[in-house]
Design a protein around this ligand. Structure first.
Ligand code: GDP
Ligand code: MG
Length: 421
């Protein structure tokens, strides 16, 4: 199976800090607080793009970081940091490496996923005005961004499936039109995974697969059964390859009928796909013989493309028609699901544990609250302290035996315990 892989670290932007500011007007000696909020940090957004075919760029650039939000200036709100949009091939599956959890399968062109949300901007001092605090002299720092180490895996699924009896020339055709190198003349049961190849046509590409084992009896479980059905999930067009001059002198039109009937029994879904007939091995007989076979198919009402997978004759014409059908089918696909920046719920649980030389407060929300506090500002620290009291953290510390002056760690910050309450 065609597979490409990259491991990338994505980081969204930190929010900008809110401002501490007061109205300044002529004749108004001491105006009210008007400090604005900081800008939001940029998101990192992954988008499936059908014109991308590999993850090569991401292997070269495995750290991707969005801009931070700007700090507020006085009463001017900080600008938001720009989002970063990373285009990946359709069919890229994203896994969180640390959680070992699949986050999303970007399987439709245009599908978006916000992998890292930018941090919120910090509040300006205007936000902290209350009946008891009319002149807040502190603001909030922006929230930190997120970092996710992700594995990106490209799992190609076929846009076009090549079907036909064994020996019809499916593998030969696939190796002619793509870089795939399936075994030619291979025993039909040996390949469990279909061979996939990227077909380039001008500036456009599509993925073709040689679907082995779709033979008489497959629908009754004699062939590869349903194992390869998942590979055909995205298949939009089928090319039915028919040997025009079978070595056993069987009738090509009858052979065609056998496979079509088999397909009908095997998968209604596949059977209903648009279909082209590639009448193959035209190099084996004089042109008038070939024309005869072609005419019989036409009379049966089937669109036939005479080709030779070996010489390449007629193949390009076939491919352009295939591309047209693929694009037409894509145009009728439902509009891609757009993932809204899902509010990942922040875990609000916390705990106090004993540290070697004091105590440590743990919990994602606590750490974020402290990270957003300007610890050089006494009023901001006092505000933080009040919130810690309200959440019960100070009580818990006291219960655990914390005394005035003991060391308390919260994230990167170090406090000395004060029981103001
Ligand atoms: N002369 C001729 N032989 C072909 C052509 N296409 C395939 N073959 C031969 O037919 C045999 C079966 O081909 P293969 O691609 O393995 O068929 P598959 O079973 O449908 O995958 C091989 O010996 C090929 O070389 C063609 O266009 N002309
Ligand atoms: Mg084959």
């Amino acid at each position: 199976m065609f597979l490409d892989e990259a491991i990338v670290t994505f980081t969204s932007g930190t929010g900008g800090s809110g401002a501490v500011s007061f109205h300044r007007e002529k004749h108004v000696p001491r105006g009210g607080p008007n400090g604005a909020d900081g800008g939001k940090g940029g998101d990192v957004i992954l988008v499936a793009d059908r014109n991308r075919r590999t993850l090569y760029d991401l292997k070269l650039n495995d750290h991707i970081e969005a801009d931070s939000g700007k700090h507020a200036l006085g009463n001017k709100r900080g600008k938001n940091g720009g989002d970063i949009v990373v285009k990946v091939p359709v069919g890229t599956v994203i896994t969180d490496v640390i959680l070992d959890e699949v986050l999303v399968d970007l399987r439709v062109d245009g599908m978006r996923y916000v992998i890292c949300k930018g941090g919120r901007g910090g509040f300006g001092n205007l936000h902290y005005v209350s009946s008891v605090r009319q002149v807040p002299n502190f603001a909030q720092k922006g929230a930190p961004g997120e970092t996710i180490r992700a594995k990106l895996e490209l799992k190609l699924l076929a846009d076009v499936g090549l079907i036909g009896l064994p020996n019809a020339g499916k593998s030969t055709l696939l190796s002619r039109i793509s870089a795939a190198r399936p075994k030619i003349g291979d025993y039909p049961f040996t390949t469990l995974e279909p061979n996939l190849g990227v077909v380039k046509l001008g500036d456009e590409t599509f993925v073709a697969a040689d679907l082995p084992g779709l033979i008489e009896g497959a629908s009754e479980g004699h062939g590869l059964g349903h194992r390869f059905l998942k590979h055909t999930e995205r298949t939009k067009v089928l090319v039915h390859v028919v040997d025009a001059f079978p070595i056993d002198d069987s009738d090509p039109l009858a052979n065609y009928g056998i496979v079509e009937e088999e397909l009908r029994l095997y998968s209604k879904d596949l059977y209903d796909k648009p279909r082209l007939i590639a009448l193959n091995k035209l190099d084996l007989a004089p042109p008038d013989e070939a024309a005869k076979v072609e005419r019989r198919f036409s009379e049966a009402g089937q669109p036939v493309f005479p080709i030779s997978a070996v010489s390449g004759q007629g193949v390009e014409r076939l491919l352009y028609r295939v591309l047209e059908l693929v694009r037409a089918a894509e145009a009728t696909e439902p509009t891609p699901v757009v993932f809204s920046p899902e509010e990942r719920e922040m875990d609000s649980s916390w705990d106090v544990v004993r540290a070697e030389d004091g105590f440590e407060v743990t919990g994602k929300r606590m750490l974020r609250m402290v990270a957003m506090t300007n610890l050089e500002n006494r009023d901001a620290v006092r505000y933080l302290h009040k919130r810690l009291v309200r959440l019960g953290v100070i009580d818990r510390l006291r219960e655990m035996g914390a005394e005035e002056g003991d060391t308390v760690y919260i994230g990167e910050a170090v406090f000395s315990f004060t029981d103001w309450s």
